[in-house]
Ligand binder design. Structure first.
Ligand code: B4P
Length: 196
C-alpha cells in the first residue's frame, strides 16, 4: 500500500508516521528527514537546501521528485511505503503519479491530519524549545503555514477528485490520533479486500 501523508507543519506527520510504519510493516520515507540527513552528511546538491529549509521555503520540485522516486524504486518499497511530507506541490504530485503509472503503480491513500492553527503553532514552538530546529522559529512557522496554504493544500482537492483522500481529526493526544488513523486504514483494507 502506497500512502502519502499531506498535512500542515506541526500536524503530527512524523509522529504518526513512525507509529504507522511499525503497524503496517512498510518503510517510512520522510522527505524532511531525508533532506536533514543530506545536510548533515554534507551531500553535494544543486541547491542550497540548508538555506531553503532554514527559511521555511520549499526545496525545488525536480530535486524532490528525483529523491523520492529513487527511494521508491528500492526493493524494500515493493510492497508499499508511507511517504511523509511529499508531495507538497501540484507538480510534485503530478510527476509522482506519472512516474508510478510508468511502473504500473499508484498512490493508494492520501491522508490529511486536520489540526487547528493555534495548536500547530503551539506544537512547533514546543519542539523548537526541545530540539532547536532552525525552521521552528515564529516567523518561519508563519511562512511555512502560508506555503502550506498556497502550495500544498490544493493537493487535497487533487486526491479528493481521485477518491483517495481521507481527512482525519489530528487534535488530541498522539495515541488518540493514531487510533483514528488505524481505523481509517482498517476500513480501507476491509473495503478493498471485499472488492477483490
Ligand atoms: P518536515 O520535516 O516534513 O517538517 P514538518 O512539516 O514540521 O513535519 P514533522 O513531521 O517534522 O513534524 P510533526 O508535524 O510530526 O519538512 C521540513 C522542511 O523540509 C520543509 O519546511 C521544507 O523546507 C522541506 N521539505 C520537506 N519535504 C519537501 C517537499 N516535498 N518539497 C519541498 N520541500 C520539502 O510534529 C511537530 C511537533 O508536534 C513535534 O514536536 C511533535 O512531537 C508534536 N506533536 C505531534 N503530534 C502531537 C499531538 N497529537 N499532540 C501534541 N504534540 C504533538
Amino acid at each position: 500500500m502506497l500512502i502519502v501523508l499531506l498535512s500542515p507543519p506541526g500536524s503530527g506527520k512524523g509522529t504518526q508516521s513512525r507509529r504507522l510504519v511499525g503497524r503496517l510493516k512498510i518503510p517510512h520515507l520522510s522527505t524532511g528527514d531525508m533532506l536533514r540527513e543530506a545536510i548533515r552528511q554534507k551531500t553535494k546538491m544543486d541547491h542550497d537546501v540548508a538555506d531553503i529549509i532554514r527559511n521555511g521555503q520549499l526545496v525545488p520540485d525536480d530535486l524532490m521528485v528525483d529523491l523520492v522516486d529513487f527511494r521508491l524504486r528500492a526493493d524494500d518499497c515493493g510492497q508499499g511505503c508511507l511517504v511523509d511530507g511529499f508531495p507538497r506541490t501540484l507538480p510534485q504530485a503530478q510527476e509522482l503519479d506519472r512516474r508510478l503509472a510508468g511502473r504500473g503503480r499508484q498512490v493508494d491513500l492520501a491522508l490529511e491530519l486536520r489540526v487547528e492553527r493555534e495548536e500547530l503553532i503551539r506544537r512547533l514552538l514546543a519542539r523548537s524549545e526541545l530540539e532547536g530546529r532552525e525552521d521552528d522559529g515564529r516567523e518561519t512557522i508563519d511562512r511555512r503555514m502560508e506555503i502550506y496554504r498556497s502550495q500544498t493544500s490544493p493537493l487535497l482537492d487533487y486526491y479528493r477528485r481521485q477518491e483517495k483522500l481521507f481527512s482525519i481529526d489530528g487534535m488530541g493526544s498522539a495515541d488518540e490520533v493514531f487510533a483514528r488513523i488505524c481505523q481509517v486504514i482498517d476500513e480501507y483494507n476491509a473495503t478493498h479486500r471485499s472488492d477483490d
